[in-house]
Write a protein that binds this ligand. Sequence first.
Ligand SMILES: [Zn+2]
Ligand SMILES: [Zn+2]
Ligand SMILES: [Zn+2]
Ligand SMILES: [Zn+2]
Length: 497
Amino acid sequence: MSTGTFESLTNKILIGIAGAEPPFECQGDYKPYSRANNAGKCGILKKQAAFVSMLPNDKYLREERKKFLEMLGKSGHWDFERFMHGEAEKVNAKFLAEKYFLARYNTEKGYKELEKDQARVEENKKKRIRMTDRILRPYLNQYQPPEERILISQNITFNELDPIPVYCDMTAKLEDLVIPKTLAFDYTDCNFVNRELEPELVEAVEMSLDPRNHIKCECDGKNILCYENEDCPCYKMNKDMQALRSVNNTEPPCEFNCGFACSDACGCKGRCYNNALLLPHRFLFPLEIFRSDSVIGFQVMCPVFIPAGTPILEFNGEILELGTLNKLGPLYNEHIAYSLQCSFSDDTDFRNFFNQLNFADEYKEVLTNLYRKKEFWIDPMNFGNVGRMISHSCCPNLEVLRVYRKSLSPAHVSLVMVAIEDIYPRTPFSFDYGPKYKIDSKRSLQNYCRCGLFSCQGKGNQNEEFKKLDTFNMALIIQKLHKMRRDAYERNVKRKD
Ligand SMILES: [Zn+2]
Ligand SMILES: [Zn+2]
Ligand SMILES: [Zn+2]
Ligand SMILES: [Zn+2]
């Protein structure tokens, strides 16, 4: 397996537009860090950790907003503060309520319960729940860090174009700071495949370079826009793949959603609305990794507002087959807990789908094998990105989409994390880890979740009434929480000093 050393990168095929190792705009002392083993990396982080004084919270957020608006001003006009209102807000609240409701069950049972819930909706409308600001305030889910914080790393990515600081807010003394070994990984902002470990997948990647096995468009992105062009092969593929969604895989975290994006191989160079990776690959949003609870571990948040529907980041790592992960022995559980599945075995619908395309027969054969008995996962344990720090929640604000680019092997999948509600500054990012996820060999998330949000089934949520809510009342609570967050943002952050 990967040893996590600089030398071990040489065997890899990088997939994606950004590079996992320099040349990028390198910041800080990359070489000694990347050459060190896990314990060595922890040592470097511990040594450089220092207390920093922050601006008072709201002032800090106002400054970050100002910087962000200035940056957007230079790169065109985008109304990034288009809050959800009116009918859109209602539709979104209903969608979220159903999602939170399903998160209580393992999927199959969840859908049956959801059907019953929908049949009772008129009754439930009459039983409105009491929800004052005081009852809902503990569920606003906005983190207020202390003004003195331990800065572990100014930029864990070492890439000046994508600076992500890491903070610890748990200890009063530097001597007590513990650097968990899970923080000391090699940062990558693209996926890769190891030649020795996954030869069949590497073969597929190499065959996909043949123009017959490649999907790209000639739209110029100026006069002919992919998203408006019925003949754009990428856009067509995107629509066809979205139609596939309900057939296979119905469980979080990568439920249903699959699509196809333009890439740098296209006439538009991927700079078009038919590319869900456009914003994630620009590293548009300033992110921050922090730790405030030893059980929950590191989390990710953003100091500026992010509107619902925005693709925020890609989940990166090493693409490995389940059988390869199994060979890890005792390390298997840890790796699988951090990994996300990117393809499914016995995926008949997807096999039928690509077998109708004009790919070369040999390529179809290779693909057929890859989607028959194998399933691939993206493993960020040794090489990964900020995506691996995102926590589970029963009320997630992100959803994971599977987006293919250039071709259709499991190595062409990107997992993109998209905001499913308006995300206000310093709301920790989260997605639903799904029913397969295990905390350890005995405990599943269902009873032991610590997200503590209003529909959480775990011990972190004290409100028993909220644990049994129907979706009608859940949607009302969601709307109210959104309004409370929006009002606080307008009041404290958007106002001028
Ligand atoms: Zn196009
Ligand atoms: Zn395009
Ligand atoms: Zn295209
Ligand atoms: Zn929970």
